[in-house]
Design a protein. Structure first.
Length: 384
């Protein structure tokens, strides 16, 4: 499963599905009600497209293609879609198993599909249809699943890969080989930076790194969601097996031995150990020509490495970011310091969402803490 399966964003509809639009401009309202100023020059259209993340655009494109195919099969108009068409389509999705999974879409994916349809209308110059009916379908579906205690009612989250998980995964890597060095460095650095796969893949050596006096590394990292750069200090770990600094340096040394001394830090390595090997699909070259690993490739490293342990969970590159939060919380780090290191805003609700319900059991259970405090006070009163 891709880590973007449940991203709630939208993609652009394919050109052959769009209504006829004058070549010199793209209207921002339906053609029947066209405002003479409601158009964008080509360069502005390109700027808008640049603001849509590639993975989001790809997800929306697939959503809209499937919506168009369904509309054609039932004799309904794709663009502009009537509100009833969107409602009927979401009702259809709720009841229809997917070929790949044998189950219907989950509510989170259905929310994304609604966003895809609305975004595609805007891209084609139409006002988005009213989706209140469609959203009620999803809300009722979510409650139905929740009452049945069905996991599909909850948005899928990556399972946190904390230090305990990483230790088990790393123990199954052959870190004498270059691919093992790469996989170890990717997982440990991803955990240390609390990074997403989309933030790890673009790192370059030595351009993204600066040596620290105490032996650590300062990493110049682009936080994709917040659209800002951040300097993150990565310090040596007292446990050599879990030291991200040592793992990065071991990878750099291994790459230098193969003649790669600058450029992408994390490279594609095939089953025979060739670096940056060319990849083709349907006879066409794919992948970064520099050999840089893709975001999905980084996620595959995590899922493949942890899968060898037999640990159950949804393992992907985001597991490293969630795992950092869990490791830091286990160490008693203040949540504000966790957020600032990981690039979260101080008021981020997303960070709170990373703290699992299990975080409030045992000694962290509020009732346990209240009881402990009461016991201490009772003891003090008895001694008095």
């Amino acid at each position: 499963m891709s880590e973007h399966d449940d991203v709630v964003d939208a993609e652009l509809v394919e050109e052959d599905r769009l209504p006829a639009i004058p070549e010199d401009r793209a209207p921002a309202v339906p053609l029947a009600e066209e405002d003479p100023d409601a158009w964008l020059p080509p360069e502005a259209q390109e700027d808008v497209a640049a603001g849509i993340p590639r993975d989001t655009s790809r997800a929306y494109e697939g959503d809209m293609q499937r919506f168009a195919e369904w509309c054609e099969s039932v004799g309904r108009r794709v663009l502009p879609a009537a509100p009833q068409t969107v409602t009927a389509y979401l009702s259809y999705l709720k009841r229809t198993p997917r070929e790949r999974t044998g189950k219907p879409y989950g509510p989170a994916s259905m929310d994304r599909i609604i966003a895809s349809i609305r975004s595609s209308h805007r891209a084609a110059g139409f006002r988005p249809p009213d989706t209140m009916g469609a959203r009620k379908v999803v809300a009722g579906y979510r409650e139905q699943l929740a009452l049945a205690n069905d996991p599909a009612a909850q948005q899928k989250k990556a399972t946190p890969a904390d230090r305990k998980v990483l230790r088990q995964a790393l123990a199954r890597l052959d870190r004498t080989k270059l691919v093992g060095k790469r996989d170890a460095a990717l997982m440990l650095l991803g955990h240390a930076l609390a990074s997403r796969g989309s933030e790890l893949a673009p790192l370059d050596w030595p351009a993204s790194f600066t040596d620290l006096p105490e032996g650590g590394l300062r990493v110049w990292l682009y936080r994709k969601k917040r659209k800002k750069w951040q300097d993150v200090e990565v310090l040596p770990d007292p446990d050599p097996e879990l030291c991200s600094v040592a793992a990065v340096r071991a990878l750099v040394e291994g790459l230098a031995h193969e003649g790669h001394t600058s450029g992408p830090l994390f490279l594609r390595i095939d089953q025979w150990g060739y670096i940056g090997a060319e990849m083709n699909r349907d006879g066409q070259p794919i992948g970064d020509p520099s050999g840089r690993i893709s975001v999905n490739g980084a996620s595959d490293v995590v899922s493949r490495s942890i899968a060898r342990t037999g640990l159950p969970g949804e393992w992907r590159s985001h597991s490293l970011r969630r795992g950092f939060v869990k490791s830091a919380r286990d160490a008693g780090v203040d949540i504000v310091d966790i957020g600032r290191h990981g690039g979260w805003d101080d008021r981020s609700k997303a960070l709170i969402g990373y703290i699992d319900e299990e975080d409030s059991i045992g000694e962290r259970n509020p009732l346990a803490r209240i009881g402990k405090k009461a016991a201490e006070e009772h003891q003090e009163q008895g001694e008095a």
